[in-house]
Design a protein around this ligand. Structure first.
Ligand code: BJW
Ligand code: ZN
Length: 246
């Protein structure tokens, strides 16, 4: 017999209130109510012609660097125009380890300290040849939708690429190690707004569950993570998180 929704919310709030080592794992749904489209939402505007999964690959950048760079610059400028939502703010109220798959900076802007970025950031471009940091891009920009020529590295002239993790690339080792360690030591892990289909991030809640910790999920839709979760709260992050993190 599933708990009624208010009872589930109360149960989740009690578990979180009692947690000594709280971890929050977030995906694109965390930022949806800030106005950042999720990864598997249909792309809009000019980008509706493309598939995000096909743009987020090293092959796409090799084939058409201006298309891929233009997409990331458009997303960076979008993120700069929006702000954290009530969900990010609720997370920042607690002393939690925040692990995010998101390349935006909305957890930082809400006040969470040192969120772990598993898939990199829109704000750390680097050289595709020598790997050196390319310097943060200038704030603001044209806001144009479409291809833009990426800058060239000042050391080796190779093209600058977004500082994100594409399909087939390894996650940053230190970030992944810290994330797995936090998940292993967590008494409660809250997974928020992730479809749970991209690995290895999708395995992080299982690390907590298998070692005896409690996993709570916040997502309007069911996901492959449901079986590992003690509580599945089917609602949006900006409404549910303020009710369970106090
Ligand atoms: C709301 C909401 C609201 C809506 N409130 N919720 C094991 C098995 C199978 C495959 C693999 C495997 N191991 C590795 C792979 C290959 C691959 C992979 O996982 N493929 C699968 C898709 C099949 N993984 C990799 O390649 C990774 N690298 C790797 O493993 O290296 C070693 C290796 C290489 C090759 C072979 C084997 C091993 C790298 C993965 C990098 C992912 N990169 C991206 C792009 C980052 C840059 C960018 O943003 O452009 O990361 S892809 C994209 O997916 C992005 C996201 O971080 C990531 C996860 O997406 P997320 O956050 O879950 O978003 P959505 O849109 O999918 O879901 C949104 C959710 O929110 C939904 O559930 C909604 O219901 C919900 N929602 N509104 C709360 N208001
Ligand atoms: Zn270089």
């Amino acid at each position: 017999e599933p708990l009624s929704e208010p009872a589930q919310l109360r149960a989740a709030a009690a578990l979180i209130a009692g947690a000594e080592r709280l971890v929050v794992l977030t995906g694109a749904g965390m930022s949806a109510e800030s106005g950042v489209p999720t990864f598997r939402d249909a792309l809009t505007g000019l980008w509706a012609r493309y598939d995000a999964q096909a743009l987020a690959t090293p092959e796409a950048f090799e084939q058409d660097p201006a298309l891929v760079w233009g997409w990331y610059e458009w997303r960076r400028e979008l993120v700069e125009r929006v702000g954290p939502n009530a969900g990010h703010e609720a997370v920042a109220r607690r002393d939690a380890v925040v692990i995010t798959q998101n390349v935006d900076d909305l957890h930082e802007r809400a006040g969470s300290k040192n969120p772990i970025h598993l898939h990199g950031s829109l704000f750390t471009p680097r050289c595709s040849g020598c790997g050196r940091a390319a310097g943060a891009p200038a704030v603001g920009g044209a806001g144009t939708e479409g291809p833009r020529t990426p800058p060239s590295c000042e050391h080796c002239q190779s093209l600058v690429r977004p500082g994100v993790v594409w399909f087939g690339e390894s996650l940053p080792v230190d970030a992944l190690e810290k994330a797995v360690e936090a998940a292993a030591n967590a008494d409660v892990l809250v997974t928020v707004g992730t479809s749970g289909v991209v690995h290895p991030a999708a395995e992080i809640p299982q690390v907590t569950a298998k070692l005896g910790g409690t996993v709570i999920q916040v997502n309007p839709q069911p996901t492959p993570l449901d079986p590992f979760c003690a509580v599945n709260l089917r609602g949006p992050a900006a409404t549910v998180l303020p009710e369970i993190i106090r």
